[in-house]
Design a protein around this ligand. Structure first.
Ligand SMILES: [Zn+2]
Length: 62
């Protein structure tokens, strides 16, 4: 079933049938992802670098 959502990036209202879709386009999705990461890094100062290091270590051992 289609539902209307407003894109949080550009404000355009669009219809989608996908329950987890939030952005109107690929470009807005990328923008939203960058924005989210920036906000997250703002609220977790210093944590991101450590987490990335641990994550890379884990990838290597797999
Ligand atoms: Zn948009």
């Amino acid at each position: 079933m289609a539902r209307e959502i407003e894109c949080p990036i550009c404000g355009r209202v669009f219809e989608t049938t996908k329950p987890n879709k939030r952005y109107c386009s690929f470009i807005c999705r990328e923008a939203g992802r960058n924005l989210k990461r920036l906000q997250w890094e703002d609220s977790h100062p210093g944590y991101n670098a450590e987490y990335a290091k641990e994550y890379r270590k884990r990838l290597k051992t797999k």
